[in-house]
Ligand binder design. Structure first.
Ligand SMILES: [Cu+2]
Length: 260
């Protein structure tokens, strides 16, 4: 193989390793608090997205000799493009800025270590097959680490019962109808419902992150924390209109308009 293409292969593997390590750490931190939690697809998306922008950042930083400057450019490009995306998706500004800083800091550490390792292993344009082999094994190891820590979640136990216990004949006649609102991918589905008075509304959390269904400014509706698979039911007895949200994720909102 041509030494130049060998060098690109090596650099590509190092960048991918940095992105994978970053995803493991990121996954760990987002799991610490309910307010920091994000949908599961967030991590799956982050790897190709991060790798693409890391390559772009590297191409920009290629001519820079100093390792810190190189790491600064690559991590800056990845962290910025990541947050531009979340901003466009409607995440609150505070979330965007806090994570811009955190992602940048963590990425900087990883890319700095990677570039320092690459430099120590010899001239950047004469990569030996041995160092490519080492990088390859590190990449495989980190790849498996990412898979086990991020994608094979600690066997989240599916509720061993259906979401609702079978409704007995008497309850069934007492409750005219029931509407189910699923909480999925950080949204209430359907977002707006219009039940008749006397309807039972049930919220079911299908996400692995905890959520609530809490009315805005009133104490009418409050599900408390719903963990994965948990549900909350409420019977709306008279016509009214209520807006509600999730206490952990204020961008999650919904409406109930009860009619006659
Ligand atoms: Cu929520």
């Amino acid at each position: 193989m041509h030494s130049k293409s060998k060098n690109y292969l090596f650099t590509g593997m190092l960048l991918l390793t940095a992105v994978l390590l970053f995803t493991i750490v990121d996954h760990y931190f987002h799991g610490l608090k309910a307010t920091w939690s994000v949908p599961d697809y967030y991590f799956k998306d982050k790897i190709p997205f991060g790798f693409f922008w890391a390559v772009v950042g590297y191409l920009i930083a290629r001519k820079v000799r100093s390792t810190p400057a190189k790491a600064l450019i690559v991590s800056g490009v990845v962290a910025t493009t990541l947050q531009v995306r979340y901003f466009l998706e409607g995440y609150p500004k505070s979330f965007v800025f806090i994570f811009l800083f955190l992602h940048f800091a963590i990425l900087f550490v990883f890319t700095f270590v990677m570039f320092a390792f690459a430099k120590k292993k010899g001239n950047e344009y004469e990569r030996s097959p041995k160092s490519i082999l080492i990088a390859f094994f590190i990449l495989i190891a980190v790849g498996f680490g990412t898979y086990y820590s991020v994608f094979s979640q600690p066997a989240v136990v599916e509720p061993d019962r259906p979401y609702r216990a079978p409704v007995s004949a008497t309850t069934k006649s007492a409750i005219a109808t029931e509407i189910v609102v699923h909480i999925k991918n950080f949204a209430f589905v359907p977002k707006a419902i219009a039940p008749k008075a006397g309807t039972k509304v049930t919220w079911i959390n299908d996400d692995s992150a905890p959520h609530t269904a809490t009315s805005d400014g009133t104490t009418l509706l409050d599900s408390g924390t719903l963990e994965k698979g948990q549900s909350f039911s409420f019977i709306f007895t008279k016509p009214l209109s209520v807006e509600y949200h999730c206490n952990f994720h204020p961008s999650m909102t919904g409406t109930v308009s009860v009619g006659n």
